[in-house]
Design a protein around this ligand. Structure first.
Ligand SMILES: [Zn+2]
Length: 181
């Protein structure tokens, strides 16, 4: 799932052209990192219960969390119970609306085909993810579902927020699982 030598996720910290961020851009980046840190904590907790550690949080326009989700495939015996799907469903229930165009979804791993599809269907306002998924990523890495002809909604997307810790959490989890099997 994750290539251990890939460092594309480190790009948020590499200021290659040496231009400092504006204070406003810096504040936005810090806000994204703070939510991603919480998504990582959710993911780690799911990992300790035997689920692949992926965590997601939906935040509203007032920068308040309205829903969270973790991977629950094993727990629920549900092939669709990815963190993003769980969080999007909970957000829809919280808002009483399927339309999440004023919401931001934070997720520790680049969404797969199914989740990218759900994100388009929800008309999500902003997607922020951590690690690229070089095997199955459907937002940028393998395919770009939100930008394909069948998609009726372009999804503003920021990738690589705390990419390295998101990736390391997954790598560690898979390593530990290989060791114990
Ligand atoms: Zn998914």
């Amino acid at each position: 799932m994750i290539d251990p030598v890939d460092h594309r996720n480190d790009r948020e910290d590499s200021n290659v052209i040496g231009v400092p961020l504006t204070p406003q851009a810096q504040a936005t980046l810090e806000r994204h990192r703070a939510w991603m840190q919480q998504a990582i904590a959710l993911a780690a907790e799911a990992g300790s219960r035997g689920e692949i550690p992926v965590g997601a949080i939906v935040v509203n326009e007032q920068n308040e969390a309205i829903a969270t989700g973790v991977n629950r495939r094993e727990t629920d015996g549900d092939p669709t119970a990815h963190a993003e799907i769980v969080a999007l469903r909970a957000a829809g229930r919280a808002l009483g609306s399927w339309r999440l165009d004023r919401c931001t979804l934070y997720v520790t791993l680049e969404p797969c085909l199914m989740c990218a599809g759900a994100i388009v269907m929800a008309r999500l306002g902003l997607l922020v993810y951590g690690a690229d998924d070089l095997k199955a990523g459907a937002v940028r890495s393998i395919v770009n579902l939100p930008d394909c002809a069948a998609s009726n909604h372009a999804v503003p997307t920021i990738g690589g927020i705390l990419g390295a810790p998101c990736r390391e959490l997954l790598q560690r989890w898979f390593q530990e699982r290989r060791r114990s099997s």
